[in-house]
Design a protein around this ligand. Structure first.
Ligand code: NDP
Length: 244
């Protein structure tokens, strides 16, 4: 029987590539999405094209009831979740002076509370199985901060604290919890940046380029594999050397 992986917010971008890379590694995949659209159907087709199962589960990670329901759906179908990747995330950038309370709350509720909601529902099954991997997608701005992203940085820093605390709680059950902190990765999230902004960012990166979704997915694959069985509670940057 194949091992199974749940990736939240996996219809496009980093989440979709993580799903594809884990599918290539032989995992049966469950992808969580908010709206059924062409992006979702394409992701499902591409994952199934790797010769594994792809279950799609609807739900907004910021809503506890949604996460409770869709985790049950996956357990009913697959019996177990071996790997959880908390990837779903949003930005609502703006200087604090101008930031509306809902822009702060939406980002915290999706990125940080969403990570709690899904993990809380998955952890019991991992505890019973006495094994599991949880990989939380944080960000370098959760470590270094970034003007215009007080909400996003707070959510991503929160994910790091959550990761380390949970890693300590569940290590005795052989559940490994790590965070991945990407730098600038080319996706819809960073599409809003103008060409000259991207060039200026690239200049500040020792490897002189933005990252690709594969750069993040390959690290997640390693953290989901037997090769990383002595690594827990860590934050691993994948940022071309931006932060060191
Ligand atoms: P995208 O915007 O391309 O994809 C985000 C995904 O998350 C979409 O599938 C989106 O679905 C989903 N999502 C958003 N909110 C929710 C929700 N409430 N419930 C379920 N799904 C949701 O972003 P990226 O691929 O770039 O980002 C993926 C992760 O990586 C995020 O956590 C992001 O913060 C992090 N990251 C990205 C970096 C980058 O440079 N791109 C850098 C550092 C971290 P929908 O279509 O419904 O919105």
């Amino acid at each position: 029987m194949n091992k199974t992986a749940l990736i939240t917010g996996a219809t496009r971008g980093i989440g979709k590539q993580i799903a594809l890379t884990l599918a290539e590694a032989g995992f049966d995949i469950a992808i969580n999405y908010r709206k059924d659209n062409e992006e979702l159907q394409n992701a499902k087709k591409e994952i199934e094209g790797k010769g594994v199962k792809c279950l799609t589960v609807q739900g907004d990670v910021s809503k506890y009831e949604d996460t409770e329901r869709f985790v049950k759906e996956i357990i009913e179908e697959y019996g177990q979740i071996d790997v959880l990747v908390n990837n779903a995330g949003i930005t609502r950038d703006g200087l604090l002076m101008r930031m509306k309370p809902e822009d702060f709350n939406d980002v915290i509720n999706t990125n940080l509370v969403g990570t709690f909601n899904v993990t809380k529902n998955v952890i019991n099954y991992m505890m019973k199985a006495k094994q599991g991997r949880i990989i939380n997608i944080s960000s370098v701005v959760g470590i270094a901060g970034n003007a215009g992203q007080t909400n996003y940085s707070a959510s991503k820093a929160g994910i790091i604290g959550f990761t380390k605390s949970l890693a300590k709680e569940v290590a005795s059950r052989n559940i490994l919890v790590n965070a991945v902190a990407p730098g600038f990765i080319e996706t819809k999230m960073t599409e809003v940046l103008k060409e000259n902004q991207k060039e200026n960012i690239a200049k500040t990166i020792p490897l002189k380029r933005m990252g690709k979704v594969e750069d993040v997915a390959n690290l997640v694959k390693f953290l989901a594999s037997d090769e990383s069985s002595y690594i827990t509670g860590q934050v691993i940057n994948v940022d071309g050397g931006m932060l060191m």
